[in-house]
Design a protein around this ligand. Structure first.
Ligand SMILES: Cc1cc2nc3c(=O)[nH]c(=O)nc-3n(C[C@H](O)[C@H](O)[C@H](O)COP(=O)(O)OP(=O)(O)OC[C@H]3O[C@@H](n4cnc5c(N)ncnc54)[C@H](O)[C@@H]3O)c2cc1C
Length: 420
């Protein structure tokens, strides 16, 4: 480090990654300023987990890596260097007791995402970090191509290290509008193509608005491409929306689909995954026999949620007004086929605004995975969702933010305080 290099750090973005990085830097004795464009810090963090904040997943580092879609290799040092259990301990230490729920999902005991953001913000301030509500518009590089500061509200601020924690493109009202990608590109770094992930899927099928709001639990979803190749299969909960399908199962499936090549996908929903076709046939026969003179749609009452039955019969090509006793074996077969594979043609993903995360970002080949520093631009670090890293739902994306923030803080501390 040169004698003239300032010993402070600047973080651009006061979200999950930025605040956690500031906390770690301030704890290590580094003077740090966080620039956040919103008056409120951690705006997205405050809406995570439906307001409950699924902070991390109480799993091993290897299990964590198994739940990462893109960037597994690049995350090894970060996750082994700061594990989910380390994160839980850190939050406990700042007054956020945590609890573990189904699927190892970790939440604050208070079930309130605001507590997580507020405690992080408070500890940063208490440790002397400066939190400034201003938007950074430029990263300053010196003649040697080293990052030496930022411009915010027209003023230059110098620093020995600049950490970009500006997030992705989803939910832009929370402040993440892609500034970090532009900073990276201007500094000569490659940014991979960005698209929505963990996002609802759109469909033009009339059954979707007709079933809007209907939530289905314990269904099996299989998504195939236009050549019938299976792209995703999973079990869980989903719901119909006015424009398509959503819910945990659908968001998870979306991460496995690639819409860049204009591929077409079909979602097939097994509405009765625990029941065989033979068992379903026996059940149908019994229902029809006990209501022989009723319309089919009434005879099968109770088989499915009331709004779903007419849509199912429609897809099966059966007129619901037929009398139960006139239903042929082939018609029964068609109903069973549709129960085991209620199909919805997917026309694409919902816009990135509605995605939980952004797929793509600053190319990990540009970043040292042991420090999060740019390989091309000394002094410039990237952490969190701005990077081309993404994981499944279940706390894995916030863990990416915490672990990359920790790693960068460690490297910045070492570089500024000259610790070997
Ligand atoms: C609805 C929703 C629910 C989610 N729930 C979960 C969950 O329960 N568990 C989980 O693991 N993940 C969840 N996620 C994903 C998780 O929120 C993100 O992965 C995480 O917030 C990424 O953290 P980050 O700090 O990188 O980015 P962000 O949290 O987006 O923070 C970036 C910050 O940078 C600021 N900023 C941007 N540009 C500038 C600039 N030029 N100058 C100054 N400031 C700037 C923004 O205002 C923002 O505050 C959820 C996402 C959404 C949208």
């Amino acid at each position: 480090m040169s004698d003239t290099q300032p010993q402070n750090a600047i973080i651009v973005g006061g979200g999950a990654a930025g605040l956690y990085c500031a906390f770690q830097l301030a704890k290590g004795g580094v003077a740090v300023t966080v620039f956040e464009r919103n008056p409120l810090f951690g705006k997205k963090l405050r809406i995570t987990g439906k307001g409950r904040c699924n902070m991390t997943n109480d799993c091993t580092p290897q299990e964590f890596l198994d739940n990462i879609y893109r960037g597994k290799k690049s995350l090894r040092s970060a996750i082994y260097g700061h594990t989910p259990q380390d994160v839980m301990a850190e939050f406990e230490s700042i007054g956020v007791p945590v609890k573990v729920e189904r699927g190892n999902r970790v939440f604050p005991m208070s079930e309130n995402a605001h507590d997580v953001a507020a405690r992080l913000e408070n500890v940063c301030r208490r440790l002397g970090a400066e939190l400034v509500s201003e938007r950074v518009t430029e990263i300053i590089l010196d003649d040697t191509g080293t990052a030496v500061g930022v411009v915010a509200a027209g003023t230059e601020h110098r620093a020995g290290a600049v950490v970009i924690a500006t997030g992705g493109l989803s939910y832009p009202k929370t402040g993440s509008t892609g500034d970090g990608y532009r900073f990276a590109q201007r500094a000569g770094l490659a940014v991979t193509e960005k698209s929505p992930s963990l996002v609802p899927l759109l469909s033009d099928e009339p059954c979707c608005p007709a079933l809007q709001g209907l939530s289905l639990k314990n269904v099996r979803l299989t998504v195939t491409d236009d050549e019938g190749r299976e792209k995703y299969s999973g079990f869980g909960e989903m719901l119909f929306t006015d424009r398509g399908i959503s819910g945990p199962l659908i968001l998870t499936a979306s991460a496995q689909l690639d819409f860049s090549a204009k591929a077409c996908y079909n979602a097939s929903i097994d509405l009765k995954p625990a029941v065989t076709e033979a068992e379903l046939d026996a059940r149908l026969l019994a229902m029809l026999a006990s209501a022989q003179n009723k319309d089919v749609v009434n005879a099968l009452h109770g088989l499915l949620p009331a709004s779903l039955l007419p849509e199912l019969l429609d897809k099966a090509g059966i007129d619901g007004r037929l009398k139960a006793n006139s239903l042929t074996k082939d018609a029964r077969k068609s109903i069973i086929r549709t129960l085991k594979g209620f199909s919805v043609a997917i026309s694409g993903p919902a816009p990135i605004d509605e995605a939980v995360i952004t797929r793509g970002g600053v190319d990990m080949s540009e970043i040292s995975s042991s420090t999060m520093q740019s390989k091309k631009v000394p002094g410039l670090y990237f952490i969190g969702e701005v990077l081309d890293l993404d994981g499944k739902t279940g706390g894995f994306n916030l863990q990416i933010a915490w672990s990359t923030a920790f790693l960068a803080a460690k490297a910045v501390t070492a570089s500024l305080l000259e610790i070997q």
